[in-house]
Design a protein around this ligand. Structure first.
Ligand SMILES: NC(=O)c1ccc[n+]([C@@H]2O[C@H](COP(=O)([O-])OP(=O)(O)OC[C@H]3O[C@@H](n4cnc5c(N)ncnc54)[C@H](O)[C@@H]3O)[C@@H](O)[C@H]2O)c1
Length: 245
């Protein structure tokens, strides 16, 4: 394993499990120092040499400000942001409450915005960086019974394109990874029979299966590293061909 990210500092939100935890491992294995944050205290289990943790709700402005400050204070910089924290409420539109809508939008859209803004400020002052937001196939196509989720992931894609445009003069790249269905605990919020649902969703992907979190971390890592130096403002599908049709 090359330590191609030695000297880089990353902030990963939603890092306690799933895609976020896999991304922390990917970045750390390549030499980056990582601030891993999550609303779940379990994120503290990731703390070790080169990985610091912070427990907080991404939708709170103060948490975004404190996270950027903690990366600077602990590791002396902030070169990579992975805005990964996300949640979903899965109901038909007619059963979706205003509280459901606000909760999903506040984590997936507002939380990413606040963290991107704070990271942008640091990156702009330090000569550049890479922002990767974790969208979804629902960033580009509608997902039935996921109105707030689909709207939030569409908003995230548009936010990221604006970050790319405003960031370019400052050496800041910003891209969206748009995964298909991934085998993580998030699926448990979709419905009670989530594992059967997962398998049926696998059949809907042309590759005939769902993704593992490590496969998505590979794409995030590529977009976070200088390997993707000429990629910005892109919505990069990692969905087994789901949106190809
Ligand atoms: N699992 C899928 O099928 C799938 C598909 C496409 C996109 N995604 C996206 O991938 C990202 C990671 O999801 P995952 O599948 O690993 O799910 P997950 O539920 O395993 O992980 C999400 C993490 O975000 C954290 N989180 C939720 N709300 C938070 C908040 N308010 N503040 C801080 N942290 C918070 C959770 O505690 C959790 O650790 C999400 O943005 C999700 O929308 C997932």
């Amino acid at each position: 394993m090359t330590r191609e990210l030695a000297g880089k500092v990353a902030l990963v939100t939603g890092a306690a499990r799933g895609v976020g935890a896999a991304t922390v491992a990917w970045l750390h294995a390549r030499g980056a120092r990582v601030l891993a944050t999550d609303i779940r205290p379990e994120v503290e289990q990731l703390a070790h040499d080169g990985v610091a943790v912070l427990v907080g709700d991404v939708s709170e402005e103060d948490v975004a400000v404190r996270s950027a400050a903690a990366a600077l204070e602990r590791f002396g910089g902030l070169d990579i942001l992975v805005a990964n924290a996300g949640r979903s409420v899965n109901k038909p539109v007619t059963e979706t409450t205003a509280a459901d809508w606000d909760e999903v939008m506040s984590v997936n859209a507002r939380g990413a915005f606040l963290h991107a803004r704070e990271a942008f400020r640091v990156m702009r002052d330090n000569g550049g960086g890479a922002i990767v937001t974790v969208g979804s196939f629902a960033s580009t196509v509608g997902l039935a019974e996921a109105a707030a989720y689909s709207a939030s992931k569409g908003a995230l894609a548009q936010l990221t394109k604006v970050l790319a445009l405003e960031g370019a003069p400052h050496g800041i790249r910003a891209n969206v990874v748009a995964p298909g269905v991934i085998e993580t605990d998030l699926l448990d919020t979709f419905r009670a029979d989530s594992r059967a649902y997962l398998r049926s969703f696998g059949d809907a992907h042309p590759l005939g299966r769902v993704a593992q979190p490590e496969e998505i971390a590979e794409v995030i890592g590529f977009l976070a590293s200088p390997r993707s130096a000429f990629v910005t403002g892109a919505v990069v599908a990692a969905d087994g061909g789901y949106t190809a049709a």
